[in-house]
Design a protein. Structure first.
Lengths: 435, 373
């Protein structure tokens, strides 16, 4: 298949990968280097830790991906077996099982599982509260849990003021707890810097996501990976802001100059759900047919991560990124963070809202079809997955479904997925491959 | 006497239809026992817990993934089959994701005049939880007022609280009778009493329960002596399951389930602000494992119950894929083992595999008898 567009290497991609490794590997050296080590789930509001001093954060989800991706199948299998041996069911959260196994075995992808100074977590999905309850019991170090669930499913992005206040109160309680537990001064200036940085990172990312609407797409599924993770992991850092700005500039350049991620891009699809990390060749298989997997709501961190909910609860992805909202006080900063948390949680949990988000996005990004991953390793991202698929299918959107577990390759059936891919691609008009 | 309760369980839809006809009131289905029923009752509504039908079905498969628990899929299937066609509304609170999905699919495919989703803290033991829960109960009350056109006065809430508390006190009395060996009432019979409470008018239920409590000491056919066991888990909507377990040679003398003791164990403690009192009751109740994050109260609660009711073993009745309970089972099993109480886990699906359940239960009971020897 001949190329339609020119392509160039994405310079920011290497930066994204390096930053990821710097943080993951940094968890092993942080304490020796005089930084404290906190562990917990990725979407915990880590900005709140900044005021306590320099730290590294071991985020459970990317840690599990690193076991899967860099540690390899053997280490992953050992981790999973270790958890099963202790009586835990195989259908529990895939990330959690790998992480627990790594913790119980005391081994990670690059060395020992590091000993933390504290455990901080956010109970939002059904697994994360119980996941880190076990982690805190395992380490016996100070721990703190905040809540991050949204509390309505009305099909809109509205948040009740008392729900927002509930979260904000927990954030300020957590800060007080840090001061008392670690007998240290808390630097609110740093907190403001961190929350403002997180806002800027997300705003740049919001622009990138909008730029991805262009034909040809400046990015593809693989190129999105280090960045959407950065937004959830270390968006509060100066370096992340700098990286995201560089990415935005580079992507803008690519759009202006028709530089494609997939040089023979003839088709565009969304992928809903996270990737099976042990089988990323799935994406290569689709890409080489001239199909750009543009990402999906998860890869875009739910598309408009910097937008405040509108008064009437409507959702408009064409809205420009709201740079006016950069927080000027730490109070504004944590308020923004809490709103972001509730917004993301709502889009995941509220089936009607997610259907609307995806409907609008699929049209705006000109995706000819949507691939839904039914993830046996995550109940959270499966809320409404079948309903969203059915609703869009009914409206004429071509869809494909494959079921697996994002980290447990025992549940992967490539011939079956390949067949499903072939049928799906054929149905959106992709010519068959000549063997 | 017990037939009354069994009849309600087995003919729950007929009961609700009849209630509606008799009273002219509205009926609301709720999915989880964290929904504060008192507020609905105060508004003249009959709250009924939505239960599954335990029949082979493919109604819910295209709406809820197979990795979600059979109970949530079964509840939705009952709705899609039209079994709950008398409902005027459905309510759910923020409990687990599986029931959240069942609720959402219900509201999408079975539109009703009223539906409401109430926020509920995940961290029920947190200092900030009462304020948030109070705000949410207030919103729920206002929503009901707007829908029914009835203002909820303190007298209405007091009446509902007292009706519910009375029922809870009576159920606790019934459980106390199970401490005797052999107990005066079987686990299957008690399950019928508690399940019927979840789906009927509490005032009516309490009247019948009082009569039962009065009559029980004179009972001529009490259960025979058998191995005393406790059952622990989420939902069990089947009297047949309990019957199977007891027929295998056990007396189920206590439970820690949301269709059992967790449903009624604690009362509303009166406060000047009635909605605060109701909110606090739901925060303080014996927690579902999902809500038991900060303090791990549940482990101690189960152990204390097992001791108080002098059980020889604990049977986990695990709804397949029920994540919160899957998290707690290893910790509970370990704690009970440390206290010389053996455990065994039975996995439940939409339909019941009678032979498998009987064989496994018999094996467990044989093991317990050896332990007792």
């Amino acid at each position: 298949m001949s190329d339609l567009y020119k392509t160039e290497r994405l310079e920011a991609y290497d930066w994204g990968k390096e930053l990821r490794l710097k943080h993951l590997k940094g968890t092993g050296t942080a304490r020796d280097e005089g930084r404290f080590l906190a562990i917990g789930n990725m979407n915990f509001p880590k900005e709140l830790l900044i005021g306590l001093g320099d730290f590294e954060y071991l985020a459970g989800e990317p840690w599990s991906v690193s076991i899967n991706h860099e540690g390899g199948p053997e280490l992953t299998a050992q981790c999973l077996e270790e958890v099963e041996k202790r009586g835990y069911s195989r259908d529990l959260c895939g990330y959690m099982r790998v992480y627990w196994g790594s913790m119980f075995l005391g081994r990670g992808a690059w060395g020992p599982f590091p000993t933390p100074d504290l455990v901080t977590f956010q109970a939002d999905c059904d697994s994360r509260g119980k996941w880190y309850q076990k982690v805190s019991e395992h380490w016996g170090v100070p721990w703190y849990c905040v809540e991050g669930t949204h509390h309505s499913v009305d099909g809109t992005t509205k948040t009740k003021e008392h729900a927002l206040q509930y979260l904000l109160d927990q954030y300020t309680d957590f800060i007080e707890w840090l001061k008392v537990t670690f007998h240290k001064e808390y630097d609110y200036g740093k907190l403001l810097e961190g929350t403002a940085n997180a806002f800027r990172s997300r705003a740049y990312w919001g622009e990138v996501v909008q730029l991805q609407r262009a034909i040809p797409g400046p990015l593809d599924y693989k190129l999105l990976l280090p960045f959407y993770m950065a937004i959830e992991y270390y968006a509060y850092e100066d370096e992340c802001v700098a990286m995201m700005k560089a990415l935005r500039d580079e992507v803008k350049y690519r759009v202006e100059n028709q530089i494609a991620a997939v040089p023979n891009e003839r088709f565009r699809v969304f992928h809903e759900g996270l990737a099976p990390w042990y089988a990323l060749y799935l994406f290569t298989y689709i890409r080489q047919r001239g199909v750009n997997i543009l990402g999906g709501s998860h890869n875009y961190n739910f598309l408009l991560p910097v937008q405040k909910p509108t008064e009437d609860g409507s959702f408009a992805p064409e809205d420009p990124v709201n740079w006016d909202g950069v927080p000027k006080t730490w109070q504004e900063g944590i308020r923004f963070r809490a709103m972001h948390q509730l917004y993301v949680e709502k889009v995941i949990s509220d089936t009607r809202l997610r259907t609307n988000v995806l409907r609008v996005s699929q049209q705006a990004w000109k995706a000819q079809g949507i691939i839904f991953m039914y993830d046996r390793g995550c109940e959270f991202f499966n809320i409404g997955q079948t309903e969203v698929k059915a609703a869009l299918q009914k409206e004429g959107v071509t869809t494909m479904v494959y079921e697996t577990n994002r980290v447990d390759s025992a549940e992967w059936a490539w011939p079956q997925v390949q067949d499903a891919c072939d049928s799906f691609l054929e149905s959106i008009g992709v010519p068959q491959m000549v063997s | 006497m017990l037939e009354y309760f069994v009849d309600i369980v087995e003919h729950r839809h007929e009961y609700a239809r009849d209630w509606k006809e008799r009273t002219g009131g509205k009926v609301i289905g709720f999915f989880c026992t964290y929904v504060p029923e008192e507020i609905m009752y105060a508004a003249g509504i009959l709250p009924v817990r939505i239960l599954g039908g335990m029949e082979p079905q493919d109604y819910s498969e295209s709406h809820i993934l197979g990795m979600y628990c059979p109970f949530c899929r079964d509840c939705l299937a009952e709705g899609l089959k039209g079994r709950y066609d008398y409902l005027d509304g459905v309510v759910q609170t923020r409990s687990c994701q599986h029931m959240l999905q069942a609720f959402q699919s219900w509201t999408i495919h079975i539109p009703l005049p009223y539906s409401y989703f109430m926020g509920m803290p995940s961290l029920v033991q947190a200092d900030r939880a009462p304020t948030f829960m109070r705000a949410e109960t207030g919103d729920f009350a206002r929503s009901l007022e707007a829908w029914t056109g009835k203002t909820l006065r303190d007298e209405d809430l007091d009446r509902a609280i007292e009706t519910y508390n009375t029922n809870r006190r009576l159920l606790r009395k019934l459980y106390e009778l199970r401490k005797a060996d052999p107990p005066i009432i079987s686990g299957t019979e008690v399950a019928a009493v508690v399940l019927s409470s979840c789906i009927s008018d509490k005032a009516e239920h309490s009247r019948k329960l009082e009569e039962l409590l009065e009559a029980l000491p004179r009972r001529s056919d009490p259960p025979s002596s058998a191995t005393r066991i406790m059952v622990v888990g989420s939902e069990n909507q089947s009297l047949e399951l309990f019957r199977l377990i007891e027929d295998a040679g056990a007396n189920i003398v206590v439970d820690e389930m949301c269709t059992g003791s967790r449903y009624f164990w604690n009362e509303v403690v009166p406060q000047e602000d009635r909605l605060s009192a109701i909110a606090q009751r739901y925060l303080d109740r014996p927690p579902c494992p999902l809500k038991d994050v900060l303090e791990r109260k549940r482990l101690e609660h189960v152990l204390n119950m097992a001791r108080d009711f002098n059980v020889a073993g604990v049977l986990f009745l695990q709804q397949k894929f029920c994540t919160p309970h899957e998290f707690d089972i290893p910790a509970l099993a370990e704690l009970l083992k440390e206290n010389a109480i053996p455990t065994y886990a039975l996995e439940l699906d939409v339909t019941m595999h009678e032979g498998s359940i009987r064989t496994r239960t018999e094996a467990f009971l044989e093991m317990l008898q050896l332990e007792l020897v």
